[in-house]
Design a protein around this ligand. Structure first.
Ligand code: FAD
Length: 317
């Protein structure tokens, strides 16, 4: 069953989470063990992120530094397939413009179809660390919507170069990203919503939000989206706060605000254990309010937070 049907089949708020493929050179056992901890809460689907190549610098025997384009977390498609096989759960690999040519995307779609994986989260992707601003690959796309159009064309039975192919009986279904606190590059919230609406008109069935820690921002965003004529399910993305350093890292990395009430409570904590337990309490309250307001699903960002999510899910599901 695909994500939109899984969300719609049940009146209760669904549970889902996102995992990262293991770092290159490490095994998949730790990831499986993390997923195992969250399976008792019956996730409806699991997302698998995708990470583009970036330049890594390493020192050679002669003392010189060598710059190499490397994918630190390869294997999204394989990880998705192995999770699907091992846990029998719907998987949602992320598919990006960033770092991929349309031809490479097409090969990914072919691989996914062979594996019977037809749910996707379609994203532009982050810029590479060495890029000042987002730059597509040669012939690649600037925005998620361009990637949506390639996937739509594929669903209709055409390769990206326009050549016809045998139409696959099960089309790709997909969601997109959205930003309650606006995307960092957008001049204003209205313009960001304008483009979200275009992504919906191009076929996005649901949207997953960037993490937020203040529910009011989410509720205001949903109101504005509805007023703009966006009617698809909007799924809140939630991350439990975990450690002191996140007071700077989260706003800097994700361009979000942390409520002063949370930040000042974090500063009062004596240890990271205290902060993790405060983070759980905060997230439980956030989730209870979201559930009371009838959100279709809560999507957890699980990196470094599996134990917290397990505690939170136990309380709210
Ligand atoms: P877009 O929809 O292309 O939007 C980017 C910006 O351009 C916005 O400001 C938008 O308003 C504007 N815009 C959109 N369309 C147009 C247009 N046609 N013309 C002009 N302006 C336009 N990153 C990864 O690298 N890997 C991941 O696995 C990953 N997973 C994510 C999961 C979620 C739920 C979220 C919320 C984000 C994720 N990201 C991931 C980060 C994401 O790729 C970045 O935030 C990226 O900068 C924007 O992606 P997007 O799909 O929203 O882009």
């Amino acid at each position: 069953m695909n994500v939109i049907d899984l969300i719609n089949e049940d009146k209760q708020t669904a549970f889902s989470f996102e995992v990262l493929p293991p770092l290159k050179g490490t095994g998949i056992d730790k990831l499986f063990a993390d997923i195992e901890k969250l399976m008792p809460y019956n996730p409806k689907y699991i997302n698998i992120t995708t990470h583009r190549s970036e330049y890594i610098y390493s020192q050679e025997a002669n003392g010189m530094f060598c710059r190499k384009l490397t994918r630190r977390r390869p294997g999204t498609v394989a990880v998705a397939a192995s999770i699907k096989t091992k846990f029998g759960v719907t998987v949602v690999p992320h598919i990006l413009c960033s770092g991929y040519t349309p031809e490479e995307t097409e090969y990914t779609l072919i691989d996914l179809q062979f594996l019977g994986i037809t749910d996707l989260l379609v994203l532009r992707g982050d810029k590479a660390p060495h890029q000042k601003s987002f730059t597509p690959e040669a012939g690649g796309y600037n925005h998620a919507i361009d990637l949506q159009l390639q996937i739509n064309k594929y669903n209709e039975g055409f390769f990206f170069d326009g050549k016809e192919m045998e139409k696959h009986p099960v089309p790709f279904n997909y969601g997109v990203a959205c930003y309650p606190e606006k995307h960092e590059e957008s001049p204003n919230a209205e313009r960001d919503l304008y483009w979200l609406k275009k992504k919906v008109e191009a076929g996005a069935q649901y949207a997953v939000t960037q993490m937020f820690f203040d529910n009011k921002k989410f509720f205001d965003f949903v109101d504005k989206a509805r007023n703009a004529g966006i009617t698809i399910p909007i799924i809140p993305g939630i991350k439990p706060f975990k450690k002191l350093g996140q007071l700077n890292v989260l706003p800097r990395t994700f361009k979000i605000d942390l409520p002063e009430e949370l930040a000042s409570e974090v500063r009062k904590c004596k240890s990271d254990e205290d902060i993790a337990s405060l983070g759980c309490e905060w997230t439980i309250n956030q989730c209870r309010e979201l559930i009371d307001n009838g959100v279709p699903s809560i999507h957890f960002y699980s990196v470094g937070a599996v134990d917290s999510i397990s505690k939170i899910a136990k309380e709210i599901y």
